[in-house]
Design a protein around this ligand. Structure first.
Ligand code: GLU
Length: 378
């Protein structure tokens, strides 16, 4: 193995949290419309190996439409949006079932998550989706994610799972994202047309030149298109997540990547943690203030979450998921974070124990007012 491939394999193996995107063409046989169970079994073995090595794995999988359309008898022509949605609804059950069976062989529990663009963009839904995904990982499950095709119209569709996978990776603070499809990376021109097209092993920024390349010559030479893959790379890099474009058609595609198989790596300069903290600290204006007592302040400085018991007072008008400033009793700003409660609810539980939340609010919300992952201390 040369040094480039060794380094690239490491990026995959060193990720604590890894997102793997599976393109339709890998999972579904184009002519029969059947799920390629043998290939899927090798992917499941690779996922199990990553988990045995202590890594968390999330899968974003396409294929619902490709599987479902055969069952509905709509083949041999382009589908209208409603037909795609109907096909996805039929295919998704089979897709989820196939993953369930394949991973069960390794004692792994799967969980199905269907997301729309809105769910990753609106802060409140984003936090909900993120909390559920992180909870599933904590409980040892592998989330199997796809676009919620049924409710997404043309305008609010991701349209491609490359970007969905990158959004998911950024949302959960993944360190690496592997886009597995039928192309082994990015080339400086279309390799099907130009035999001298040069493969790009690695890059750390999506420059306008690279985008221009993808916009013209590179358009459409992979199933999801290079354009969407570069858009995905932008999202991933902004989230501090390394991303690989790799050919996943052969058996054991993750293993091949871990062993330094040919691909293009987009390397992030930030870490997911610093990217998220930067986003919280920089991009938003606080909608309110939460003042904390000295005990809570010490806990926050030690990297803990803000519990209701540590909240002395709440002001401003904020909803769940909004940015709030954390201030000391004498009004100094100590940091910022995303509140898990609206200002009205935060006010009601301020000073109370976490175990009292349900009795006070009538529902059991999050244990923390601001989770440590959603917090930046100055
Ligand atoms: N959500 C679509 C499906 O599962 C796939 C979108 C894509 O291939 O990127 O069929």
């Amino acid at each position: 193995m040369d040094s480039v491939s060794a380094a690239s394999g490491n990026r995959l193996m060193q990720a604590k949290r890894l997102v793997v995107k599976i393109g339709s063409s890998l999972l579904v046989d184009e002519t029969s419309g059947q799920i390629r169970h043998e290939w899927l079994a090798t992917l499941a073995a690779d996922v199990a190996a990553r988990r045995d090595a202590g890594q968390e794995v999330l899968i974003v999988s396409s294929g619902a439409i490709a599987v479902g359309r055969r069952h509905l008898g709509i083949v041999g022509r382009d589908l209208r949006l409603e037909e795609k949605q109907a096909a996805a609804a039929t295919g998704q059950i089979r897709l989820a079932h196939a993953y369930q069976e394949a991973l069960l062989a390794h004692g792994i529990t799967v969980a199905q998550i269907l997301l729309t663009l809105d769910d990753t963009e609106r802060r409140r839904r984003h936090l909900n989706a993120r909390a559920t995904l992180c909870q599933l990982l904590d409980l040892g499950a592998v989330p199997i994610i796809n676009e919620n095709d049924t409710v997404a119209t043309e305008e609010i569709r991701f349209g491609d799972n490359d970007r969905l996978a990158a959004r998911v990776a950024a949302m959960v603070g993944a360190d690496a994202l592997a886009l597995l499809s039928d192309i082994d990376g990015l080339y400086d021109s279309d390799p099907r047309v130009n035999p001298d097209a040069a493969h790009i092993d690695e890059m750390d920024a999506i420059t306008p030149e690279v985008e221009a390349m993808a916009g013209s010559v590179l358009r459409g030479y992979a199933s999801g298109g290079m354009v969407t893959k570069l858009q995905a790379a932008k999202i991933a890099l902004a989230g501090g997540c390394h991303m690989a474009i790799a050919d996943g058609r052969l058996p054991h595609p993750l293993q091949a990547l871990a062993e330094g198989g040919r691909c293009t790596w987009f390397t992030a300069k930030a870490t997911p943690h610093s990217a998220r903290k930067q986003w919280i600290a920089g991009s938003l204006k606080p909608k309110g203030f939460v003042s904390v007592d000295d005990g809570a302040w010490t806990a926050l400085r030690n990297g803990r979450s803000l519990l209701p018991a540590g909240v002395a007072a709440v002001s401003g008008a904020f909803a769940r998921g909004d940015l709030v400033a954390i201030v000391s009793a004498d009004g100094r700003e100590l940091g910022r974070g995303l509140s898990a409660y609206s200002c009205a609810d935060a006010r009601r539980i301020a000073g109370h124990k976490t175990s009292e939340i349900e009795e006070i609010l009538g529902y059991r919300g999050r244990d923390e007012v601001i989770h440590r992952d959603d917090l930046v201390i100055d």
